[in-house]
Design a protein around this ligand. Sequence first.
Ligand code: OGA
Ligand code: NI
Length: 359
Amino acid sequence: MGEVDPAFIQAPEHRPNLSLVAETQGIPVIDLSSIHRHLQNDTVSDPPAIEGVVKEIGRACREWGFFQVTNHGVPLNLRHRIEDVSRKFFSQSLEEKRKVARDHTSLPGYYDSEHTKNVRDWKEGIDFLAKEPTLVPISGDEDDDRTTQWTNRYPQSPPDLRETVVEYVDEMEKLAFKLLELIALSLGLETKKFHGYYLKDQSSFIRFNHYPPCPSPDLALGVGRHKDPGALTILAPDEVEGLEVRRKSDQQWIRVKHIPQAFIINIGDVFQVWSNDEYESVEHRVIVNTEKERFSIPFFFNPAHYTIVEPMKELINEQNPPKYKPYNFGKYLVNRKDSNFQKRDGENLQISHFRLPSI
Ligand code: OGA
Ligand code: NI
C-alpha cells in the first residue's frame, strides 16, 4: 500500500487494472494527409476525393468515439514549444503557480487537484480560454439571463507562454474546423453544417495537465472516469501512456497507445446530441504511475455559450425521433463547473438529464 491521502482513493469498482497488457486493437489511427491536398480557403473540399477519410472517421466515431490522427498539419515545432512552456510552468514552486490560481467564479487559471464526484484527481492543471474575453452565463439557473466575461490568467513565467498558447490555439482551431467538416460529411450533412455554432463566439479552451508520479497508482487516478461535455477534444499527449477509453463493444478499459506526433480526438456530449446518439461521447480516465510524471494538453472545442444543443433536423424522422430535448450549452457548462467545486454527491449534470423517453 502506498501513502496516498484517502481523498484520492477511488472506490474499488473504479480502480485501474494495472496488469492490463497492451492491446493490439486500440482506437483507430487515421491519416489526414489526403485532406490537405483538397483544401480550398482552408475548407475541406472535393468530398469524393476524401471519401475514404470521411468513412474512416464515421466508423471511428460510431465504434469508439475516439481516434488518433496523423499528418494533421499542426507544425511539430509548435507542438514542442507548447509542451515546453507547459513543463516549465509546472516546474515552478506551488507558491508561484498559485499566483494565477483560478477563483471559484471562473474557469481560467491554475488548480492543484480537481474533484471528480467525491474523489480527487491525481494532477494539477491550468486552463486558458481560446477567445478573450469569453462570454458565459453567470449561473446555471434557467431563469437567470445575465452573462459574465471570463479572461485568462497568464503566468509571468515562462515569458513566452502567452504567445505560444495564442499560436497553438490558432492551430488547434484550424484542425478542429477540419474535423468538424469531416464529421459533418460522415453524418451525411453539408460540410459547414456546424460552423455557425462557433463563428461569432465560442467557449473553447486549452488545458495543461500534469500528472505527478503516484505512490499507489492502483488506488488513485489522474482523472477519474468522465465524458467531455463539449463537442470535440483534441489531445496532445506526451510519450508516457495513461489514457484509457471505455470500449463500446464490451465496456473494457483500453489503453491508448502512444503514436509520436499524433493527436487523440474524441467526441463530446454535444456531438452525441447533435448526432442523436449516432455518435457517442465515450467515458475515459487517466492512469498514473510510480516513476514517470505525465503531461498532456487537451483543446476542448466548444460552441458559443448561447448555443441551443439539439439533434440535427436532417438526422431525425418518424423512425428515428429526437432522443434529447434542447438544452443551453453555457448553462450546462456552468452547472458542470459548479458541481466540480461543490463536490455534490451523486452524478454531475449529464446529457442523460435531457433524454426524452423513447416511444
Ligand atoms: C481531460 C482528459 C486525458 C489525458 O482532461 O478531459 O480526458 O490524457 N485528459 O490527459
Ligand atoms: Ni476528458
